[in-house]
Design a protein around this ligand. Structure first.
Ligand code: OSB
Ligand code: MG
Length: 375
């Protein structure tokens, strides 16, 4: 019998971390990453950690750090403080009265998962059902100012040993660019992320990607769409992977039943938490749909949760979980996340997320005083 988790205190840390280099997509440019870090203390004095992965502006989903702050403070935290939690899966039911706001929900649920893993004396990875002690990982390269800059980034990634290279594409410079990359690097595991840059009228154009031997094309059509992706996938050889369109298990089921994609990118923040991420994983595994763990330019805390999630058996494609040093001069966890020839060790034998939080760094990157919530 596990005991209930009684949450006594929730501290919010407000951070801003400068990225080593700006991350550019067709929607915008991230140069500084703003985060709310959740520090959750239970009645035994144990501390669980979570990170809110929303951006400063709503370009990727409708949420922002400020909307998440509002939702957590006004709705989710008061509920958590007065409701004993038997299992982290209960958090999504507790929050289900509120529509969407998935990243706000996920930030708090992640800290509950960390507490639960500690209470049951195991690593977060094992608590989630992870089976791997090492995960293979890839890299996501943002839009670059020139082709040469992009080739340099690709070469760097290959030399480091990343198992998969993802580049961002837009309608302006997709096909010639991909063709050039393929000529230079005929065999690298390559994929392209369109972040919804196309419409169904581009189908004929996208068919020309089929000879490029891409592992997949990620989210070519609208960020709300599942139906049109079905039409596109029925014409394309290249597997479609959905990212933005998948907010829940229900979305994943619909996409798979319609044949709208052959692969799914799972991000716990986008789907409202690790529990929903695991449910999507389980469904995909059962239906032979490979999944991989996406990234949100996380600090070490979110990265640690991603590593734990990616240790589940259905994560059969290298994800967007790169080393801390790819994004940050200094990370807020210890040790930092490192890769060895494109793999990351899962801290299966540690308790909880398996990384220490560096409080000095938390303080260093804080932009305003800690806020504490109690009953
Ligand atoms: O579309 O997967 C995406 C970053 C921010 C928002 C959306 C996406 C991305 C990435 C990079 O591709 C992921 C990462 O390296 O953390
Ligand atoms: Mg994507």
């Amino acid at each position: 019998m596990t005991e209930f988790i009684h949450i006594k205190k929730i501290h919010m840390h407000f951070l801003e971390m400068e990225m080593l280099s700006p991350f550019v997509t067709s929607f915008g440019r991230v140069t500084k990453r703003e985060f709310i870090v959740i520090e959750m203390v239970d009645r035994n004095g144990k501390t669980g950690w979570g990170e809110c992965v929303a951006f400063t502006s709503p370009w990727y989903t409708e949420e922002t750090q400020k909307t998440c702050y509002h939702m957590m403070k006004e709705f989710f935290i008061p509920l958590l403080l007065k409701t004993p939690i038997e299992h982290p899966d209960d958090v999504s039911s507790l929050f289900s009265f509120a529509k969407r706001n998935n990243m706000a929900k996920a930030a708090l649920e992640a800290a509950v998962w960390d507490l639960y893993a500690q209470q049951t004396n195991q690593s977060l990875a094992l608590a989630l059902g992870g089976t791997r002690s090492q995960i293979e990982t890839g890299i996501s390269i943002g839009l670059q100012p020139s082709n040469n800059a992009l080739f340099k980034e690709i070469e760097k990634a290959i030399n480091i040993g990343y198992k998969r290279v993802k580049i961002k594409i837009d309608r302006k410079s997709d096909l010639p660019l991909l063709e050039t990359i393929r000529q230079r690097y005929p065999d690298i595991p390559l994929m392209a992320d369109a972040n919804s840059g196309y419409t169904l009228t581009d189908a004929e154009h996208l068919l020309k990607f089929d000879h490029l031997n891409l592992m997949m094309i990620e989210q070519p059509l609208g960020d709300q769409d599942i139906y049109e992706h079905m039409h596109l996938q029925s014409q394309l050889e290249t597997p479609i992977c959905l990212d933005e369109s998948i907010h829940s298990l229900e979305d994943a089921k619909n996409a798979i039943r319609l044949g709208s994609c052959k692969i799914i990118n799972i991000k716990s923040g986008r789907v409202g938490g690790l529990s929903e991420a695991v449910r999507i994983h389980d469904y995909c595994l059962k239906h032979h749909i490979p999944v991989w763990c996406g990234g949100m330019l996380e600090s070490g805390i979110g990265r640690a949760h991603n590593i734990a999630l990616a240790s589940l058996p259905g994560f059969s494609i290298p994800g967007d979980i790169s080393a801390s040093s790819r994004y940050w001069k200094e990370d807020i966890i210890h040790p930092e996340v490192t890769t060895q020839n494109g793999t990351i060790n899962v801290p299966l034998d540690k308790i909880g997320i398996g990384y220490e939080i560096d409080r000095e760094k938390l303080k260093k990157f804080s932009t305003s005083p800690i806020q504490t919530f109690t009953l």
